[in-house]
Ligand binder design. Sequence first.
Ligand code: DX5
Ligand code: ZN
Length: 221
Amino acid sequence: MQVNKTLLAPSILSADFTQLSTSVELAEKAGADWIHCDVMDGHFVPNITFGPFIVKAIAQCTNLTIDTHLMISDPDAYIPDFVKAGSHQITVHQETCFHLHRSVQFIKSLGAKAGVSINPATPVSTLESILPDLDLVLLMSVNPGFGGQKFIPSSLHKVRQLDTVRNTLNPEMIIAVDGGVTVDNAQDLVSAGADALIAGTAFFKAENPAEAAAKIKSASR
Ligand code: DX5
Ligand code: ZN
């Protein structure tokens, strides 16, 4: 286990965008560790969300870690803009990078932490060569593109596989899981090796977000 307490990263995608600063404050007060920003381009994924302008607005509302998830083709072209906007960590998709090592080094050279995400159909083994260079891996447990989808059960096995490899290759690396995380599957994910859980619907659409956050964060190894 890389962190003593389960990290919670509410995905702003499920928040009320007419009340962005209130939503960020809600997450902060509930004990969130990161604010997860889902950037989608309508090309790599079938949905368009927001760009650096909104990430900057979010970053200005909080001191929490800004965790930017780039679901976009050609991420290298936009990485500097997202760092300038206030992202502390940037995750690119393995599937979008022809030269993944170059993209990862590029993020780090700009002073941000570097993450790589893989889709549900992409095997964990594809990350082996890049693992020693990463600060985090974001395992997708739904097909990226939308909030509110159902958790794909086989993802749990991928968390276990990744946990085994990282213990050998990069014990400091964080394993984050993204998509369909709930108060009900949080414990299983953490037992399997997850350190950080991204939660959109389970947090922002909960009847009592603070209670949901506390339950998710109480998951322990
Ligand atoms: C999916 C996004 C996720 C999503 C999570 O493409 O990367 O971060 O917003 O939302 P929930 O928790 O509702 O599945
Ligand atoms: Zn995401």
